[in-house]
Design a binder for this molecule. Sequence first.
Ligand SMILES: C[S@@+](CC[C@H](N)C(=O)[O-])C[C@H]1O[C@@H](n2cnc3c(N)ncnc32)[C@H](O)[C@@H]1O
Ligand code: SF4
Length: 401
Amino acid sequence: MFSSNPPLGLYVHLPWCEKKCPYCDFNSHQSHSIPQQDYVDALLDDLEQDLPLIWGRRIESIFIGGGTPSLFSAESIDRLFSGLRSLLNFAPAIEITMESNPGSADTANYRGYRAAGVNRLSIGIQSFDDTRLTILGRVHDSNQAESAFVQAREAGFDNINLDLMFGLPGQDTAAAQADLAKAIELAPEHISHYQLTLEPNTLFHHQPPADMPDDDQCWEQQLACQAQLAEQGYRQYEISAYCRQNRVSNHNLNYWQFGDYLGIGAGAHGKITLAGEDRVLRRVRLRQPQAYLAKQGRDRISSEVELTAADLSFEFMLNALRLSEGFDSRLFHDNTGLTLNQVLPTLQQAQDKGLLNFHADKIRPTALGFSHLNDLQALFLQLQASKNRPFFESGQVITHN
Ligand SMILES: C[S@@+](CC[C@H](N)C(=O)[O-])C[C@H]1O[C@@H](n2cnc3c(N)ncnc32)[C@H](O)[C@@H]1O
Ligand code: SF4
C-alpha cells in the first residue's frame, strides 16, 4: 500500500530533427517543416486528458526532449509554457531542461527559451573531433559545438549538460580523453558520457562503421574517462551521469528513484501512481508524429498497462541500482507501495555474489556490481520473469540527458 504518491515530473517529446543520425534509435524524424503551432496545441490537449490522473499534485521537474527541441522557435516554446503553467502546479524551484543540438544553436533563441522558463540546457556535443562528427552524421562541427555552449552561457544558462559519446569509430583512449578534456575546459555543470551502442533499427546496426573499438578497448576508455572526470571534480552519480557541485539532473534522478512522470508528445512514456487506488499505470503515446497530431483525447494513448507487484519491484531495481550511492530501503516502499520482503532473497543473492551491499537500511551496488550492472540487474530480471510477463512489456529505464 502506498502512503502517498511519489514525486512527479513531466516529459515532453518533440520528435523532429534536421537530419536523422545513423546511430540513433530515439523517436526522431527528419523534417524540414515542423508544424509547431499544431504540435503545441496537440501537446496541451494531450496533457488535459491526463489531468484527472494527477489532480492536486505538483510538478517538480520538466524535460523537453527529442528529437531536437531547439528546432522549435522561442515563441512556440513560450506558448507551450504558457499552456503548461495554466494547466499544472509548478514547484517553486522547478527544474526545466531542454535539449539542444549545436546545429540549431542561436543566442537569440537561447535567450527566448530562458525567458520562457527553461533553466537547464542539455547540448548534444557527442565529440569535438570533426572527422568523427562527420562519421556520426552530425549536422554540426566542433566549432559550432563549442560556440553553442558559449552562446548558452551568454543567454544566461548557469546549468548546462553536455552529452558526449565514447567508443566511437576509430577512437582510442587518448582521443576519448581529448574529447572529454575539451568538454571539461568549458566547465559545464553536468556531463553525460555514453558508450556508443549499435542499436537495432539504426543504419549503424545494419552497416556498422569501420574501426569500432572492441569491448576491451571501450572498457579501457571508460575507466580512463571516469578517472579523468573524478580528477576534475565531476562526481559520477549514475552509470553515465557526472556533475559538479551536486548539480544533478533532478528530472533523471526522479526516473532512477522510480518517481512518477507524465509523458506527453509522440511516443512519450508516462508512469503514474494512483496511491488511493493502490495502482501504478504505464502509459505510452502514439509513436508516429502524424498519427499523434491527427488524434484527439484518449486516442493518443497506444498502450496502458497496470504494473504488477513483480513489475514494480523489478523496475525499481533496474533503475535505482544505476545510482552509485544506491538508495534507502524506505524509498522502495515509498515508490512501489511494496515491502522489501518482496525482493529480500534476491538482494541476499546479490550480496552473496559481492555485487551489492545491504546494511543499515541502505542498499548500494559494490564497485564490482556497478561495473557489472547487467549481471546485477539480471538477478532481478529472473525474479520478474518467473512471476510475470516477458521483459519487453515492462522493464523501463528512461534517461533524458
Ligand atoms: C535524444 S538525443 C538528444 C540530443 C539531440 N537530439 C542531439 O543529438 O544533439 C540524447 C543523447 O543520447 C545519446 N545517444 C543517442 N543515441 C545513442 C547511441 N546509439 N549510443 C549512445 N548514446 C546515444 C547522445 O549523446 C544524444 O545526445
Ligand atoms: S541523436 Fe539527436 S539529432 Fe541525431 S537523430 Fe537522434 S535525436 Fe536527432
